[in-house]
Design a protein around this ligand. Structure first.
Ligand SMILES: NC(=O)c1ccc[n+]([C@@H]2O[C@H](COP(=O)([O-])OP(=O)(O)OC[C@H]3O[C@@H](n4cnc5c(N)ncnc54)[C@H](O)[C@@H]3O)[C@@H](O)[C@H]2O)c1
Length: 347
């Protein structure tokens, strides 16, 4: 198989988990992956060809060492070896004014021409992993991908696929795009959806439910101060679609606890009734490490986008958006989304 050439925007915690995870799983460790191979592409077929950040602690470093820089807190799971890819200065856009105070120490270099770097590197997919609060900067990376004819994966909650004009431009340019806001492997949103689907399928009537969480990563600060409303709307809409009637429901990030590091504590509450009107209540607590929760899904959607490109698909690729993201253009159940994704990748 050909290699999948990937460029990365945002060398933060998720990027660290992805870079380390590829090295870890390329050694033959399959546990923790959803798919070892997808459409013929194995994890080791993914190679990095460019990386962008704006923080002076990362710009200019080899990608392998930049992922270890502050304020990243992703655990180290593999031996770190040079990748030969230097992190380049990206466009700052609205990243500084919209990030939690002191989180980004801006580098002084001039930004590179991202589209030109993408073209020169032959990147197949640009993965957007920049801070979720930087809405304009995410759009700038999407435009650069469009200009370079490179597929775009929007893991951030910023509306890119959900910006109708942007999606239309990708469609017209013959370039595939997927987003918005990655749906984690066993994160709070997908677990909430899964539990609600289960209760509904067993005939239970749900009267109320919430999911609230606390985390210690930089993105938790951003969410708390800048994107709390956006994140809460996306998560609540994603979860609400799993049951075909309305009930009081809240799903959203709540707070930042610095000593949690990259850990996330998620709390779930369900109340309702079942046979004969008998009441039930359920409390669940989930403890995860945040960044690795993105890894397996990123590996799947990167390979999915390459397969979509190989098939000549353009614009938002519905099976990938529905399977891998909290805010796809069209919502559907987990099983239906997974089935569509499998049909696309053709395994
Ligand atoms: N499991 C997960 O962690 C998860 C799940 C779903 C979505 N996401 C989204 O993925 C993105 C990355 O999450 P994270 O935890 O790695 O965040 P992070 O804060 O650890 O990393 C963000 C990185 O982006 C960089 N950055 C900010 N503006 C930039 C710009 N204009 N150009 C280039 N780099 C820029 C920052 O310097 C930092 O290195 C966020 O948008 C988050 O909402 C993450």
């Amino acid at each position: 198989m050909a290699k999948i050439k990937v460029a990365l925007a945002g060398v933060g915690n998720c990027c660290s988990a992805l870079v380390q995870g590829i090295q870890y799983h390329s050694g033959g460790e399959a546990t923790g992956l959803i798919h070892e191979t997808l459409g013929g592409y194995s994890v080791s077929d993914i190679e990095f060809v460019a990386a962008f950040d704006i923080d002076r602690r990362k710009v200019g470093l080899d990608l392998a060492y930049a992922i270890l820089s502050e304020p990243n807190k992703t655990p180290i799971i593999t031996e770190i070896r040079s990748l030969g890819i230097q992190v380049q200065m990206g466009p700052i856009g609205d990243s500084l004014e919209n990030s939690g105070e002191g989180l980004i120490d801006a580098a002084s270099e001039e930004p590179v021409d991202v589209a030109a770097v993408l073209r020169a590197s032959g990147a197949d997919v640009l993965v957007n992993l920049i801070s979720g609060s930087a809405l304009d900067a995410s759009r700038q990376y999407a435009v650069a991908a469009l200009e370079a004819g490179c597929a775009f994966l929007n893991a951030a909650p910023s509306p890119v696929v959900n910006d109708g004009e942007m999606s239309k431009r990708f469609g017209e340019a013959g370039v595939p795009i997927a987003g918005d806001d990655l749906l984690d492997q066993i994160g709070a949103t997908v677990t909430h959806i899964g539990l609600l689907e289960f209760l509904h399928s067993r005939g239970a009537k749900i009267d109320e439910s919430y999911q609230l969480d606390v985390g210690g990563g930089a993105e938790s600060v951003n969410t708390l101060w800048k994107t709390r409303g956006l994140k809460r709307d996306i998560k609540t809409a994603a979860v609400g679609a799993s049951v075909p009637y309305d009930f009081p429901l809240v799903s959203g990030s709540t707070d930042y606890v610095d000593f949690l590091g990259n850990q996330r504590e998620s709390f779930f509450w369900f109340k309702g009734s079942y046979f004969g009107g008998a009441p039930f209540a359920m409390d669940v607590k989930l403890n995860t490490v945040d960044a690795p929760n993105a890894g397996a899904i990123l590996l799947d959607v990167v390979r999915g986008l390459k397969i979509a490109s190989d098939k000549g698909l353009a614009g938002p690729v519905e099976p990938i958006c529905a399977y891998g993201f909290k805010r796809p253009p069209e919502r559907m159940g987990l099983a239906e989304a997974y089935g569509l994704f499998r049909s696309l990748v053709g395994d």
